[in-house]
Design a protein around this ligand. Structure first.
Ligand code: 13P
Length: 252
């Protein structure tokens, strides 16, 4: 039985002061999630990680939004895995479509990051998802399959089980045009089938989230689908009230 997961991706939002206020105000939200056996977390910017860790409910997962695959060196502007571990972070989102689009991240680069995270006993949240053009051409499955195969390349089944996947169609991110639950399930189910081809039964243990305009009023629909194990939420995760409404509706 896969445990459900709600993860808020704050993207480039919140000062440390605002992040602290969220961490303090959301303690009861974490209590509620844990009481319902759901994992819950947020991914603040790097400069807000420490303040969220210091002020949060200890049950709140705190994830980075990215990480560099090298431990140290001449990589100006980057943050390494040992640095994250030193402040107490052991999750990282990898390959978000915004990083693929604006920072040129490839699935092959994501694969290096995933391997480095697993070697450090950290949890990667590997994002995949197609553009509107790819979707309209009916090429979603072929596109997502390549992302999954490249991102998971070289892992064994035990390692693969430790990765969380997030399927986020780019056309649904920040647009208010969420995928229907049927569309989301079709692709998430296809992702699981791809993982089954690669890792056999281990695929049944890999958590796959849906993301893209998930809101308090539509999250419950996705949770009805057999392959969708939770949500990666942007805008609606930014305020404690909305975060609370997300988890309340997720467990319904
Ligand atoms: P929105 O929920 O704002 O559409 O963002 C989704 C997302 O990109 C989460 O990673």
């Amino acid at each position: 039985m896969r445990k459900k997961l709600l993860l808020g991706n704050w993207k480039m939002n919140k000062t440390p002061e605002e992040a602290k206020a969220f961490a303090l105000a959301s303690k009861d939200v974490v209590d509620f999630a844990l009481a319902h056996n759901v994992d819950i977390g947020v991914a603040p910017t790097f400069v807000c990680l420490a303040t969220v860790l210091e002020n949060r409910h200890p049950g709140l997962i705190v994830s980075a939004q990215n990480v560099n695959e090298h431990d140290h060196g001449a990589y100006t502007g980057e943050i390494s895995i040992p640095m994250l571990k030193a402040v107490g972070v052991d999750w990282a989102i990898i390959g978000h479509s915004e990083r693929r689009e604006y920072n040129g991240e490839t699935s092959e680069k994501c694969n290096e990051k995933i391997k480095a995270l697993l070697a450090a006993n950290m949890t990667p949240v590997y994002c995949c998802g197609e553009s509107l053009e790819t979707y309209e051409k009916g090429e979603t499955n072929a596109f997502v399959k390549k992302q999954i195969e490249a991102g998971f390349a070289g892992l064994n089944a035990e390692e693969a089980k430790k990765v969380v996947v997030a399927y986020e169609p780019i056309w649904a991110i920040g647009t208010g045009k969420s995928a229907t639950k049927e569309t989301a399930e079709a692709t998430v189910g296809f992702v699981r089938a791809t993982l089954r081809e690669m890792f056999g039964e281990a695929a049944e243990e890999i958590r796959i989230l849906y993301g893209g305009s998930v809101k308090p009023n539509n999250i419950a629909e996705y949770m009805e689908e057999p392959d969708i194990d939770g949500a990666l939420v942007g805008g609606a995760s930014l305020e404690p009230d909305s975060f609370r409404a997300l988890i309340e509706n997720l467990v319904k």
